[in-house]
Each structure stands twice: as C-alpha cells, then as structure tokens.
Ligand binder design. Structure first.
Ligand SMILES: C[S@@+](CC[C@H](N)C(=O)[O-])C[C@H]1O[C@@H](n2cnc3c(N)ncnc32)[C@H](O)[C@@H]1O
Length: 214
C-alpha cells in the first residue's frame, strides 16, 4: 500500500457525499468525535468499544485502509463507529453542515503527514479553511486535539489555530504539552513514536464560543 497519496491530485478533488446520517450510526443523536487521518483505525476502534454513548467517525484518504478498518469494525459489530473514505479538504465542510447543530463535539488530528518540503506545505491536511469548517460546525464546548512528534509541524498548526482565534488553548497559553493522549487510547503512530523515544507534542483547544452564534 502507498505510504502517501497526493491530496492535491485530480483524483482526490471530487467531492463525495456523506451517507445518510440516520444510517451512519444506530443512535444518530449521540455526540460525534471525528478522527482525521484515521489510517488503520485502531484508535477509534478502542474508543468506540469503550465509550458506547458516543459516535465516532474515522476519515481517511487511503481507501484500502478504510476498507480494512471497516472490516474490523463490522467484525466487532460496533454500530457507533464508521470509517469513511474522503479527502477532508474537499468533502468535510459539506459533510459537517449535514450534521445536526451541536452534534460535533470532538475532532482529533494525530501525527498528520508532515510534507517537509516547503513546496509541499499546501498538501498538509490542516489549513485555515478546514479549521474554519470545523469551528463553525462544532458545538460551543467542542474541542480539537492535535498531536505530532515533529515540533516544526506542530508549531505551524498551533500558530495557525492561535492566530485564527476560532479556538482557545486549554492550557491557557502556558504551553505545557499534555503528557499523554487524553482519550484513553493511542494511535499506531503514537505507539511507534513512544517506542522510538521520540518527544510527542500534544494540545487540546476548545472552541471560542464568542466567534460564532450557535
Ligand atoms: C502519518 S498518518 C497518521 C495516522 C494516524 N492518525 C496515526 O496517528 O497513526 C496520516 C494519515 O492522514 C491521512 N491523510 C492525509 N491527508 C488526508 C486528507 N486530506 N484527508 C483524509 N486523510 C488524509 C493519510 O493517508 C494518513 O493515513
């Protein structure tokens, strides 16, 4: 399977539709946690098993990983979890506006692809348009969790979020990184970074309720 795909290639520019939200989850009114770049899905599988009063949605641009994650989900009969193929930078804004107001409570972006070369920065998943879509469609107590083992990338994401004023850092600006994943589960990449003894930078933001009217 390919390690990376270019999200800007023509193939990934076609907007996809969100399956009927009443068919996505058996209890469609539960709060939603979206994991962007869910890869093999283990992080959300663990959460969905433990937190049965939440719905979880894993979004991933590499379709074979989505098929693989969905196969595991079905085997475990988890009806509060769904893995969906999409380029979030193309489809997510429309999908979020289809959800009921206030339903989106959490978004996680964990170890996003760094795209190190400056000319590739525009392939990075978190950009201001995505951030705005999340902020405007999120419940007013909603939160966004970011983690990475690459400080430069982490810093560029947090600078963008701080500057946008759509969210406030939960650490109230004292820049203390969380020392573990706040959701009682870990991603594959997180486990690998821990095994390699790499530093991990983590932060939670809450939506700035002053900026949008619910
Ligand atoms: C480095 S991996 C990290 C995977 C997982 N979050 C973890 O921590 O183990 C980043 C993931 O984001 C996915 N991704 C990158 N750009 C995306 C986009 N525009 N839309 C959806 N998924 C994307 C990649 O395919 C990849 O699986």
């Amino acid at each position: 399977m390919r390690q990376h795909v270019n999200p800007l290639s023509q193939f990934f520019q076609l907007p996809l539709s969100l399956p009927n939200k009443n068919l996505l989850f058996s209890k469609s009114h539960y709060p939603i946690h979206i994991d962007i770049g869910s890869a093999k899905g283990e992080f959300l599988i663990a959460l969905a098993t433990k937190y049965t009063d939440w719905n979880f949605m894993g979004l991933e641009i590499r379709e074979p990983l989505v098929r693989m994650s969905e196969k595991k989900r079905k085997k475990l009969e988890l009806d509060n979890l769904k893995f969906l193929f999409c380029n979030v930078n193309v489809s997510l804004d429309e999908w979020l506006s289809d959800l009921d107001c206030g339903q989106l409570k959490r978004v996680s972006i964990q170890f996003p692809d760094p795209w190190f070369k400056r000319k590739h920065f525009k392939r990075r998943v978190l950009n201001i348009n995505l951030l705005q879509s999340i902020a405007k469609n999120m419940s007013k107590d909603g939160e966004i969790f970011i983690q990475s083992d690459i400080f430069k990338l982490f810093e560029s994401m947090t600078n963008m979020i701080d500057k946008s004023r759509y969210f406030n850092r939960k650490d109230e600006g004292n820049f203390r990184f969380l020392d573990k994943n706040p959701y009682d589960s870990m991603t594959d990449r997180e486990l690998l970074s821990l095994k390699k003894n790499l530093p991990i930078y983590r932060v939670i933001y809450t939506r700035n309720s002053m900026l949008f009217v619910d």
